[in-house]
Ligand binder design. Structure first.
Ligand code: C2E
Ligand code: MG
Ligand code: MG
Length: 763
């Protein structure tokens, strides 16, 4: 079924108004008929609303009950007369209807999220009792005394009044905690108000305060009430009432407090202003006052308890990590601080183990955040199990945990515990997607100084943890003072490096690569130099890894590429070197992972006017191991451009044959470490022989790096290596020194030793 348009609902309300006015005009007998009809339509509307908007069954049953009971009550009264038993039955029906509404409202309040239902219902009870007291003094007691109706009938009528107050109160609380008020809730609120005013008039009449000519007005109000409640359940916004969230807004709480307090104050005034009429009155008054006082006391007690519970919960929530339930940074710092003050105890040295998962981002990125959360939870559990019972395991943020162990005594026991914590990660973590392995890096720092601030202790452990990451992850590192200095130094280098390019502090040096057969300079390796503002020269071995970490290597590397190629073009044009000479440029893993590398390379080639075949890029194995797919894709693009790729520092890493076969490589550079030992160390020589044999069988070009002695060069040549670079041939030199360097090398011609011309001394 479809929703009824708003306009139709307003029209329906207009009909209601007309019916109510008609009820007033047509006189008592007919009015009850209109009223009965209005009440009787309610079950139908509720059934429709249930089918269309899926309003809760309880609400449907309650309002159906209300409609039927009021209609039945009115019908009985109009058929059998409005005195004696028919009146009693009619009043009973009305009371049943009111109780049904109260129960329904209480259920709504209890179901509403974000509302303290017990508190609201307690307040409602107080309001009801207060209203009962007033109702007793103002209406019920005079009715009982003056009217000739049976006592039971008047009692039923008397109970109806406080029930009405409770309904009004619950309604007010319910509607006014509504975060967004809507049409349906206002219509329901209006209904209750109409009902209550009607009730008030009815009670005034019954108690003899006003003449019964006014009763038609109350009938008209009741009639209108049925139309408004029916309209509420026809309006589509009725669905929102159930689902909206209560707000604990303090202003609204204040409103509630005022209503509740008035329910205490007014009865007291009424009681004080009017004396009891007789003993029965006296008894009812004192009993009611006693019950009211009891209810208030209970309410206050519960309120205070709830308040302190809420405070404790707040404190707990502020100190624990919601994902793992572990203590958070705040609690950890508190605990460290208490140990800082105890640190003078010589027999133990409370120690911090900073545990950081390695490459946790990969799990999040590849398996999704819920898998990441699961990993974090499992790791938390395992750390708690592995840590000594006295230790605190906290989660700082992301993938960082801290184990704070007060029982650590010596360096030995600290490293044993760190080892145990690392062992936690040996078992795979079972996820829905399958098993995953994570490792962690652990930084260890003890709380040994009374002067230390808790934050410092934490930072020390963090520093040590970074050290562990630097030394290849999945290991531990202990904090020492020098680490702190290194970190500070690194930080200053990082900042300076950001500006180095703009400030023209970077320069390219070049080291010639010599063909051992012809004695010709066949190429150059471009090596970056950084001369800082104050003149100090920073070694690339120091600043390249930093540029790599921070990402500055990308713009710096692009600059180096263009600079070196432009230089080669100039040298060729100026006949400094042969027109076939090549330029080797180092490309670090971060650059290789950058998807724009191929376009950076082709742009540098185009701008310098150097053919792609004159460019070698030198990469290290690490990137082929860590991100093989990415590396392969980029290298294939390089190959497509016509650029050749050399594997730098060959032999130092994991170098495997499969690597050489899988990746499009055309050259290997035998690392200096082996070249150094090739002359004197038989095992190095055997290794270099193997490398060369392997390279030859794969048809690769080979360059020996770091050649420093004639003997080395001779052995390398004998083993079949045809190209070399190293201090023996030339140090890396600035561009303007290259002409003299190359011509000096060519003057010497082929290395004399290779021709067997033994000459003593230097070249
Ligand atoms: P690499 O690519 O293996 O470069 C060879 C290193 O060995 C250079 O150190 C060079 O000066 C040095 N060397 C050459 N011959 C000898 C020798 O006979 N004996 C000794 N002891 N050393 C020799 P450098 O210039 O300090 O560069 C260090 C590393 O920094 C390079 O290693 C390379 O990985 C990186 N690098 C240098 N410039 C760049 C660059 O522009 N971009 C990138 N991404 N990395 C660069
Ligand atoms: Mg290199
Ligand atoms: Mg190298």
């Amino acid at each position: 079924m479809t929703a009824i348009p708003s306009k139709a609902i307003w029209a329906y309300l207009l009909v209601g108004c007309a019916a109510s006015i008609a009820a007033m005009l047509v006189g008592d007998g007919m009015a009850v008929g209109v009223y009965t009809f209005a009440a009787a339509q309610l079950p139908l509307v509720m059934w429709w609303s249930y089918r269309t908007y899926d309003v809760p069954k309880g609400m449907v049953l309650a309002l159906t009950g209300v409609g039927l009971s009021f209609a039945a009550g009115a019908a009985i009264e109009s058929i059998f007369g409005d005195t004696g038993t028919p009146l009693f039955i009619s009043n009973l029906f009305a009371l049943v209807g009111a109780i049904v509404i109260t129960v329904g409202m209480s259920m709504l309040v209890r179901r509403r999220r974000g509302m303290n239902a017990a508190g609201v219902l307690g307040d409602a009870l107080i309001v009801g009792l207060g209203s009962w007291l007033i109702s007793w003094v103002a209406f019920l007691e005079p009715t009982l005394r003056l009217s000739d109706e049976p006592v039971l009938s008047s009692l039923v009528a008397g109970f109806y009044q406080p029930t009405g107050s409770v309904i009004l109160f619950l309604m007010a609380v319910y509607l006014f905690t509504e975060s967004t008020s809507n049409v349906a809730s206002w219509l329901i609120g209006g209904t209750v108000l109409l009902m209550l005013v009607g009730d008030l008039i009815y009670a005034l009449v019954t108690a003899g305060h006003v003449g019964d000519g006014i009763l038609v007005l109350s009938t008209a109000l009741y009639t209108m009430a049925y139309f408004t409640v029916a309209a509420a359940f026809m309006h589509r916004s009725v669905t929102a009432i159930e689902h909206s969230q209560g707000t604990g807004d303090s202003q609204r709480l204040l409103g509630r407090l005022i209503i509740t307090t008035s329910s205490l104050v007014f009865p007291v005034i009424v009681l004080a202003a009017s004396g009891p009429q007789d003993t029965a009155d006296q008894i009812v008054r004192s009993m009611s006052a006693l019950v009211l006082a009891g209810a208030v006391t209970l309410r206050v007690v519960f309120s205070v308890r709830a308040n302190s519970d809420a405070q404790a919960e707040l404190l707990r929530a502020a100190q624990t990590d919601p994902l793992t339930g572990l203590p958070n940074r705040i609690l950890l710092l508190e605990q460290i601080s208490s140990y800082v003050h105890e640190a003078w105890r010589a027999d133990r040295e409370p120690t911090l183990y900073f545990v950081d998962l390695d490459r946790f981002k990969n799990i999040n990125d590849s398996l999704g955040h819920s898998a990441g959360d699961e990993v974090l939870r499992i790791v938390a559990e395992r750390l708690v199990n592995a840590a000594p019972p006295e230790a605190m395991v906290a989660r700082l943020s992301g993938d960082e945990y801290v184990v704070l162990d007060p029982t650590t005594k010596t360096l030995g026991s600290a490293s044993a515990l760190a080892e145990r914590l690392l062992a936690v990660f040996r078992e795979p973590i079972a996820l829905a997607q399958g098993d995953v392995f994570v490792t962690a890096s652990i930084g260890v720092s003890s709380i040994d100084s009374m002067a230390a601030k808790p934050e410092d202790v934490l930072r020390h452990a963090d520093t040590a943890m970074y050290r562990a990451k630097d030394s290849g992850r999945n290991c531990m590192a202990f904090y020492d003072e020098s680490m702190h200095e290194r970190i500070a130094h690194r930080l200053s280098v990082e900042t300076a490096l950001y500006r180095a390019l703009d400030r023209h502090e970077l320069r390219m040096f070049h080291q010639p690569i010599l063909d051992l057969d012809t004695g010709e300079v066949v190429g150059f390796e471009a090596l970056m130099r950084w001369q800082q503002g104050d003149g100090t020269i920073v070694s690339p071995a120091e600043f390249i890894p930093i540029a790599e970490d921070t990402g500055t290597i990308v713009p710096i590397g692009a600059w180096a590429l263009l600079e070196s190629l432009t230089q080669l073009r100039r040298w060729i044009d100026d006949s400094v070197c042969s027109p076939q000479a090549t330029m080797s440029v180092n490309v670090s893993p971060r650059q290789l992972a950058d998807p724009s590398l191929p376009s950076i390379v082709s742009e540098a080639l185009a701008r310098s006017g150097v053919d792609a075949s004159h460019l070698w890029i030198e990469i290290t194995e690490s990137v082929m191991i860590s991100e093989p797919e990415l590396a392969l894709a980029t290298l294939q693009k390089m190959k497509a451009l016509g650029v050749r790729v050399a594997l730098d520092d060959f032999g130092t890493g994991y170098s495997s044959l499969s690597l050489l076969q899988r990746f499009p490589l055309q050259r290997i550079k035998i690392d200096r470490a082996f070249v150094q030992g090739v002359a004197d160390n038989p095992s190095d020589r055997a290794l270099v022989r193997t490398i060369i044999a392997m390279g030859q069988s794969l048809g690769l070009d080979m360059v020996a790096e770091g050649v420093e002695s004639l003997h080395q060069i001779q052995v390398l040549h004998e083993l079949g290596c045809r190209k070399a670079q190293g201090y023996l041939i030339s140090h890396p030199v600035p561009a303007d020194a290259m002409r003299s360097t190359v011509s000096a090398l060519e003057r010497i011609g082929r290395f004399p030793l290779l021709r067997g011309e033994h000459r003593a001394g230097q070249l």
